[in-house]
Design a protein around this ligand. Structure first.
Ligand code: NAI
Length: 687
C-alpha cells in the first residue's frame, strides 16, 4: 500500500489529510483513497466544507513519475477532479511545502486555495517531456491570462507564495497554523462553489501572446512538448472547457509515452542516483565551516564563488598580490553582472563577496576544514603545493584537487593524509555549472567521500562519483570523441560540418566551436607533454598542432578552427583552415570523402558508448546512468536524447556493433574496443 487519505472532522468541516510519505506523491492508492473520501464528504450532510491538506511537510509535491512510463492505473487524476467539481460541498486546498504538477492541478480543481508563505507551486511537466495532463493548461490561463500561463508552464518555473498570491493562483495566505487557518477559511466558503472551468480567460493582446510564444520556443529549444503546451494553453480561450480538457489529456498521454519523455525521466532518476554509493550508511560527514581555495584563476575564482553562494566563508589564495587581485576582480565583475541582470540584489552580492577573503600566502588556510587546489595542471607544482598544505592545515582538514587529468593517487601519496584527499572536479564556469565529479582515490576514506558528497550538496552541485583514471569520466570520453572528430577532418569533413551535425543533433555547441571558446593551448600543451611517450604506431592527427603553430589559439587570438571578427562570438569558416586540413589528408595519402550529418553523429556517439564500456569495466564509472548524467550536464549532450547510453539502448544492436567494428578499423593500432555488446545487454536488462 503506498499512501492513503485520513478523513478527520473539525465541526462542520472535513479535513482530508493526504498521507503518502515522503512527498505525498499522487499514487494510485492515494487517488483511490481520495475518491472514497470525496464520496464521504458528499454523502455526509453534516459536512459543509472540505479542506484538502498534505500530511508532514508538504502538499502533494507531484505525481509518481514512475507511473508515466506505463498505463496509469485507475482512478486517474481527472476522475478525482471531476468528483471535487461535481460535489456540492466547497473544497479548499491548503498548501504548504510544494504543490507541483499533478499536485498543483489537484489544488486548482478545488474551489479556492490557501497557502503558507513558504509554499512553491508550478508545473515541471515540460521538463519531463510532457504537458500538464489534468487541466493545468486550462486552469492556469483562467487565472493568469494566456501569456503568463505560457511562460510558467514552458519554463517549469517554481512559483513562490508572493507571486502566486499576486497572480491569483493562491486566494489567501495562512498566517497562523495552516490547518486551523484553512478550516476557518473553508467556513467562509460554505454554500458556494467556484470551479475554475466556469471562469473566462482574461483577454490578452495578440502581440503579448506572440511574444510569450516566441520566448518559450526559444528557451525550450523548440522541443515538441513546448509547442504542445503553448497550443494547449490557447485552447483555454478558444474551446469549451470540457473539450479542451479532453484534448489536453490526449496530448499528455501521447507525449508521456514518447522516447523523449522516457529519456528525461531516465535522467531525472539518474541524477538522483549519481551521488549515492554503498558503504556510506551511518557515516557522518565532517563539518565544513570554512573552506580554502588555492589558485585564483579561471577555476579557483569560480570555485570560491560556489562556497560564497552556499554561505560558506572561503579564503582564496594565489601566489602574489596581482594574481589574487585578478581573481577578486573577476569575482566582483561576475556578481556585478548578476546584479545588473536583476537576478540578485546589491546587498546580497556584497555579502557574498564579503565571504571571500583574499590572501597571498598559504598560512591563511590554517583554519580551513577543506582546501580545494585549482592551480596549474602540472604534477610537480601540484605535488609541491600538497606537501606544503599538508604541513600547515589542521589534522582533520580535507585536501581536494580540481585536476582535470592528473593521477590523484599520485597526488595523495605525497601527503601524510592520503585518506583525506579527494578530487572535486568542477566544470567551467564553476559558479554556474551544476556538475561536479567527486573523485574517490585509492586511499580516500569513506568519511572523506561522505564529506565531499555533503559539500557538493551544500554547494547545490550535481555530484557524480568517479574513480581515478586519466580524465576521470567526462574528460576521458571527451578526449575519445574529440579524437574521432579530428580523424574525420583527415578523412574528409571540415570543422563546420562536424559542429553543424552535432548541434543539429542537439549538442549545445560542436567540439571545434567549444575548443575555440576555451582556447586550444591547454590541449596543445598536454599533447606536447605526452609526445615523448606516445606510441609512434598509433594514428595521430596533426591538424590541431598545425593550427596552434600558426598562433590560432581560439577566440582569444581572433582565430582558431574558425576566424573571428573582433567582438564576435560566432566564428566564420576559414579557407586557410580548410586548405590546411586538405593538405594534411594529402600528406597521409587519404582520399577525402563526404560525411553525412548522421554518419558524423553516430560515429561520435558510438565512440562515447565504447569509451563508456571501458570506463565501466575499469570501475572508473559505477553505473551506465552516471555516464549519461556527466555527458548531459557537463558536455552539452542533448538532454532529450537521455545521454549516450540511453541513446544506445534505443538503437539497433547489430548496427551499433558494426559501427564499432568500423571505428576500430579506421582508428587502427592502439584503439581499445570495450565490451559494448555486454553493455548493451546490461542496458537492455535495466530498461
Ligand atoms: P588558471 O591558469 O586560470 O589558474 C591557475 C591559477 O593558479 C593562477 O592564478 C596561478 O597564479 C595560480 N597558481 C599556480 N601555481 C600556484 C601555487 N603554487 N600557489 C598558488 N597559486 C598558484 O587555470 P585554471 O583553468 O583555473 O585551471 C586550474 C586547475 O583546474 C587545473 O588543474 C585545471 O586542469 C583544472 N580545471 C580547469 C578547467 C577549465 O576549464 N579551465 C575545468 C576543470 C578543471
Amino acid at each position: 500500500m503506498s499512501g492513503t487519505v485520513h478523513v478527520e472532522r473539525d465541526g462542520n468541516v472535513a479535513v482530508l489529510v493526504i498521507d503518502n510519505p515522503p512527498v505525498n506523491a499522487s499514487s494510485a492508492d492515494v487517488r483511490r483513497a481520495l475518491l472514497d473520501a470525496i464520496g464521504t464528504v458528499q454523502s455526509d450532510f453534516t459536512i459543509e466544507a472540505a479542506v484538502l491538506i498534505g500530511a508532514g511537510n508538504t502538499f502533494v509535491a507531484g505525481s509518481d513519475i514512475k507511473e508515466f512510463g506505463k498505463p496509469i492505473p485507475e482512478p486517474q487524476l481527472p476522475v478525482i477532479q471531476a468528483a471535487i467539481r461535481d460535489c456540492p460541498t466547497p473544497f479548499i486546498a491548503a498548501l504548504h511545502g510544494a504543490a507541483l504538477g499533478g499536485g498543483f492541478e489537484l489544488a486548482l480543481s478545488c474551489d479556492a486555495r490557501i497557502a503558507t508563505p513558504d509554499v512553491i507551486v508550478g508545473f515541471p511537466e515540460v521538463s519531463l517531456g510532457m504537458i500538464p495532463g489534468a487541466g493545468g493548461t486550462q486552469y492556469l490561463p483562467r487565472l493568469t491570462g494566456i501569456p503568463a500561463a505560457i511562460e510558467m508552464i514552458c519554463s517549469c518555473r517554481r512559483i513562490g507564495a508572493k507571486e502566486g498570491k499576486e497572480r491569483g493562483l493562491i486566494d489567501a495566505m495562512a498566517d497562523g497554523e495552516l490547518r486551523a487557518t484553512a478550516v476557518a477559511f473553508a467556513r467562509g466558503w460554505i454554500g458556494r462553489k467556484r470551479p475554475l472551468g466556469r471562469i473566462d480567460v482574461p483577454p490578452s493582446p495578440a502581440d503579448a501572446i506572440d511574444k510569450a510564444t516566441a520566448a518559450a520556443l526559444r528557451a525550450g529549444r523548440n522541443r515538441p512538448q513546448v509547442s504542445a503546451a503553448i497550443e494547449a494553453v490557447q485552447w483555454a480561450a478558444s474551446l469549451p472547457f470540457d473539450d479542451a480538457l479532453a484534448k489536453e489529456r490526449t496530448v499528455f498521454q501521447a507525449l508521456r509515452m514518447s522516447t523523449e519523455a522516457a529519456a528525461l525521466r531516465h535522467l531525472f532518476f539518474a541524477e538522483r542516483q549519481a551521488p549515492k554509493t554503498s558503504g556510506l550508511d551511518g557515516i557522518a560527514p565532517a563539518r565544513i565551516a570554512r573552506a580554502g581555495v588555492v589558485g585564483a584563476g579561471t577555476m579557483g575564482a569560480g570555485i570560491a564563488m560556489c562556497f560564497a553562494d552556499a554561505g560558506i566563508p572561503v579564503i582564496l589564495v594565489d601566489q602574489d598580490e596581482a594574481a589574487v587581485d585578478r581573481g577578486m576582480a573577476a569575482i566582483r565583475s561576475f556578481y556585478e553582472r548578476t546584479v545588473k541582470s536583476g537576478r540578485m540584489s546589491e546587498s546580497e552580492a556584497a555579502s557574498r563577496i564579503a565571504r571571500i577573503t583574499p590572501a597571498e600566502n598559504l598560512e591563511a588556510l590554517s583554519s580551513a576544514d577543506l582546501v580545494v587546489e585549482a592551480i596549474f595542471e602540472d604534477m610537480g607544482i601540484k605535488k609541491d603545493l600538497l606537501v606544503r598544505l599538508d604541513g600547515l592545515v589542521a589534522p582533520h582538514a580535507i585536501l581536494a584537487s580540481n585536476t582535470s587529468y592528473l593521477n590523484l593517487d599520485a597526488l595523495a601519496a605525497v601527503t601524510g593524509r592520503a585518506d583525506k584527499v579527494v578530487g572535486l572536479h568542477f566544470f567551467n564556469p564553476a559558479q554556474t555549472m551544476r556538475l561536479l565529479e567527486v573523485v574517490r582515490a585509492q586511499a580516500t576514506s569513506a568519511e572523506t567521500l561522505a564529506s565531499a558528497l555533503d559539500v557538493a550538496k551544500r554547494l547545490r552541485k550535481l555530484a557524480v562519483i568517479a574513480r581515478v583514471g586519466e580524465g576521470f569520466i567526462g574528460n576521458r570520453i571527451y578526449a575519445a570523441y574529440r579524437r574521432q572528430c579530428e580523424f574525420m577532418l583527415e578523412e574528409g569533413a571540415f570543422p563546420e560540418d562536424i559542429d553543424a551535425a552535432l548541434e543539429n543533433f542537439g549538442f549545445a555547441m560542436g567540439p571545434f566551436a567549444v575548443a575555440d571558446m576555451s582556447g586550444l593551448d591547454t590541449a596543445w600543451r598536454m599533447r606536447k607533454r605526452l609526445a615523448a611517450t606516445r606510441d609512434s604506431h598509433e594514428r595521430y592527427c596533426e591538424i590541431p598542432d598545425r593550427i596552434c603553430e600558426q598562433g590560432r589559439l581560439g577566440r582569444k587570438t581572433g582565430a582558431g578552427w574558425y576566424s573571428y571578427r573582433s567582438g564576435e562570438r560566432k566564428g566564420a569558416s576559414d579557407p586557410a583552415v580548410r586548405a590546411l586540413i586538405e593538405e594534411a589528408s594529402a600528406l597521409k595519402g587519404i582520399v577525402r570523402r563526404a560525411f553525412t550529418a548522421e554518419q558524423i553523429c553516430r560515429r561520435v556517439v558510438v565512440t562515447m558508448v565504447n569509451e563508456a564500456a571501458l570506463l565501466l569495466a575499469e570501475g572508473i564509472a559505477a553505473r551506465p546512468s552516471d555516464i549519461d548524467v556527466v555527458l548531459v550536464n557537463g558536455y552539452g549532450f542533448p538532454k532529450h536524447e537521455g545521454g549516450p547510453l540511453f541513446w544506445a539502448s534505443h538503437q539497433d544492436r547489430a548496427t551499433v556493433l558494426a559501427e564499432l567494428e568500423n571505428l576500430a578499423a579506421v582508428s587502427g593500432y592502439g584503439f581499445r574496443t570495450g565490451d559494448v555488446a555486454g553493455l548493451l545487454d546490461r542496458l537492455q536488462d535495466q530498461a
